[in-house]
Write a protein that binds this ligand. Sequence first.
Ligand code: GDP
Ligand code: IMO
Ligand code: MG
Length: 423
Amino acid sequence: MAVDLLLGLQWGDEGKGKIVDVLTANYDIIARFQGGPNAGHTLEFDGIKHVLRTIPSGIFHKKAVNVIGNGVVIDPVVFVKELHGLDALDVDYKSRLIISRKAHLILPTHRLLDAASEAAKGKAKIGSTLKGIGPTYMDKTGRNGIRVGDLELDNWKEKYRALADKHLGMIDFYNTEVQFNLEEMEVEFFEAVTELKKLTFIDSEEYLNQAIKSGKTILAEGAQGSLLDIDFGTYPFVTSSNTTAAGACTGLGVAPTRIKEVYGIFKAYTTRVGSGPFPTELFDEVGVEMAKVGREFGAVTGRPRRCGWLDLIALKYTCEINGVTQLMMMKGDVLSGFDELKVCTAYKYKGETITHLPYNIEPENVTPIYSSFPCWKEDLTKMTETSQFPKELNTYIAFLEKELEIPIKVVSVGPDRTQTIHR
Ligand code: GDP
Ligand code: IMO
Ligand code: MG
């Protein structure tokens, strides 16, 4: 069978966790392919609200196997806390959670390096979640990293020491005032590694390709969003992995020819957390209202998310790069009762009107041009089928489908698993 792929089309937090949880009933295997504990994927069902960081969002289903792929970076300390969160909910994950030997480890000094690097950047800081993501991927591509499979070797602690010592030199170089007690951090780290080693490590590319051959269905779960992609995002205000479709191939070891459906998730408006350009950002009371009604606070850092209108130019770009075959629109319920809706359909760029995403999208370079729509007044959160949709919502959906030339197959009308309407 094939692999279907689910990813965020904006700057993250589109609602990927919720939809993976909803779709898991249709799959044998859920596989995370990139990112790490910078992600916060929220699931709500049966009165439970749970945020996952590294663990795939299929973990609450009894049948599915959850794979952490080679493209993911794992912080054992955060990971073990996640496991404790599952223990508290009596989730029997031991037989259903397996980890690629080729996934890289986030060391305590990677977190320190992240903090030092951000502090040294001053006003130009990325707004990183400070989970050590950038430094860990740097060590991966720099060919210095420590991988999960290394934990099975006798000499892994020597490798650890050499790398941590090198990091300390680098932290000195930054000459910032980052305070830390590495000894304490290391005690916590080594304890967490002992816990991590109780789980099953696998050659995940082999496992997944065998699963495909034997007819199993696989859903690949992305983290972050396409506009945070290291190559195609708003560089340098991005994360350090490929969050786009290609990342699923390199992050799991499945060939492009194996990918079938590409589910692209977007909010009916736009949010961004951290620094970087955001052409349709709102600084008025409408943006404040979106943040309030949409509860737009980061699931990982608690930082307020910046809010703005839907940017169709950016969305077209990310649909194209990912080869999206089906769209899922989230959080339409948040907009109920707004005076009007706006969608950015072009940019004013260096005196010209353009409809593609240019190299520079900073405020001094682009001004969004909007189309306006009447907004629905009805509360969507209790709706269960498309026949109940107000005409304004249908008009909005039809416009987006026409512009993007991709069907919107799911409309999410609330955070709960049940508030999901298939079209
Ligand atoms: P992810 O990182 O893509 O998994 O998304 P997050 O979990 O970081 O952020 C999405 C937030 O929106 C979470 O708090 C979800 O519970 C919530 N959410 C998801 N879908 C909907 C929806 O359709 N309506 C509303 N109101 N909230 C939603
Ligand atoms: P999920 O999977 C939203 C943002 C950070 C920062 C930039 C770099 O929940 O959608 P990093 O920690 O990777 O060095 O941060 O990327 N960022 C996210 N924003 N959702 C996420 O993940 C994010 N992961 C990273 O805020 O701007
Ligand atoms: Mg999130």
